[in-house]
Design a protein around this ligand. Structure first.
Ligand code: SAM
Ligand code: SF4
Length: 345
């Protein structure tokens, strides 16, 4: 492992571990942690109805997850997102959030955030604010209660809307994540823009990715966001803005509403050249690309080698991080076997 001088104290004897940089020169500064692969919903594009979850005995403890995150932070990760499955259904999740938020207090982390389906937000919103979160992503694919129940297979729209409202009232900035699906919510994108912006929320549209086996045929539901954007441009004046939130979305501002729309286009536009992130599962696997199987185990290195073991594993991870995914919208059969709920988004 290469070492760099400790810049905070030039006389210090102990060198800091090297920042995370992959073999293509990209710096990894963003870690997504899937704290559980379990979920109270079964969104049809994300999971199968009879989803098999990871064995509970393999799930890392909060102490183990925190030890791994400590090492990432020491090596230059400044943004941490909790995801899942549904992160807020993991038992005692506030204890883990509090552990992570220690890095905000020391200013080692610039941002701690969360992606959630919103079902538990009424319960946890104020705790998230107390822990230092400033903004969160909430997934919402439709504002029609019946369709919401259908796509989530068990969710209740009112509960989620109340959760989003509670988050807003607690002071969180909100970005709505909407997976755009042909024949399901393609006609709801304009109303969703108006609703989200009317509430003061950003909206991010996401292309469906072929991750894991599901019941539906993804070739039927796939909707290319370049077409959606063309349609939106007929209804609104879209102004390109250079905003970057450290993730893969490209943003425009809607002149009429003043709000922002983000486009996440893994299928129709490859943004891998600017990839700055890796994904940790709740069992300690580090996935290096959402659309590839390349991963490295961190659980055994942690248990057997502690911090030194983890540092060596992270060096190897940087060596093997792939250049990019090769999703192809004409081939919507699973690019990888694991579902999105294993690595989160
Ligand atoms: N349960 C939380 C939620 O739904 O926000 C966090 C995990 S979920 C896997 C993260 C995001 O991935 C959600 O916005 C969801 O809509 C999106 N997602 C799930 N499966 C997807 C797929 N196959 N293609 C694109 N996005 C997907
Ligand atoms: Fe659960 Fe989120 Fe997947 Fe829906 S998208 S099933 S809420 S993990």
């Amino acid at each position: 492992m290469t070492e760099q001088t400790n810049t905070s104290n030039p006389n210090a004897k102990t060198p800091s571990p090297a920042l995370l940089q992959d073999s293509f020169g990209r710096h990894v500064t963003y870690l997504r942690v899937s704290v559980t692969d379990r979920c109270d919903f079964r969104c049809t594009y994300c999971m199968s109805e009879q989803m098999k979850f990871l064995p509970k005995k393999d799930v890392l403890s909060f102490e183990e997850l925190a030890s791994i995150v400590d090492v990432f932070v020491k090596r230059g990760v400044t943004k941490l997102r909790l995801t899942g499955g549904e992160p807020l259904v993991r038992k005692d999740i506030t204890k883990l959030i509090d552990k992570f938020s220690g890095h905000l207090k020391t200013k080692s982390l610039k941002e701690l955030t969360l992606t959630t389906n919103g079902s538990q937000l009424s319960k946890y919103a104020s705790h998230l604010v107390d822990a230092g979160m400033e903004r969160i992503n909430v997934s919402l694919d439709t504002l029609d209660a019946e369709k919401f129940h259908k796509i989530t297979r068990r969710g209740n729209l009112e509960t989620v809307l109340n959760g989003i409202e509670a988050a807003k009232n607690a002071g969180l900035r909100i970005k709505i994540n909407m997976v755009a699906m042909n024949g399901f919510n393609d006609q709801e994108i304009v109303p969703m823009v108006r609703w989200a912006h009317g509430q003061g929320y950003d909206l991010t549209l996401i292309e469906e990715m072929p991750l894991g086996e599901i019941a539906n045929d993804r070739t039927q539901s796939f909707l290319a966001l370049r077409d959606v954007r063309d349609n939106l441009a007929q209804q609104f004046s879209l102004e390109k803005i250079g905003l970057s939130t450290g993730g893969p979305a490209r943003y425009v501002r809607v002149k009429e509403t003043g709000g922002r729309i983000g486009f996440i286009t893994p299928m129709s536009h490859n943004f891998c050249e600017s990839c700055n992130r890796v994904r940790l599962t709740c069992t300690g696997k580090l996935y290096l690309c959402l659309g590839k199987e390349d991963c490295i185990d961190l659980r055994d290195p942690l248990r057997e080698g502690g911090e030194a073991g983890l540092n060596a594993a992270l060096d190897e991870a940087m060596r093997i991080k792939p250049k990019g995914h090769d999703f192809d919208q004409k081939r919507m059969t699973p690019a990888v076997g694991r579902h999105m709920s294993v690595t989160g988004g």
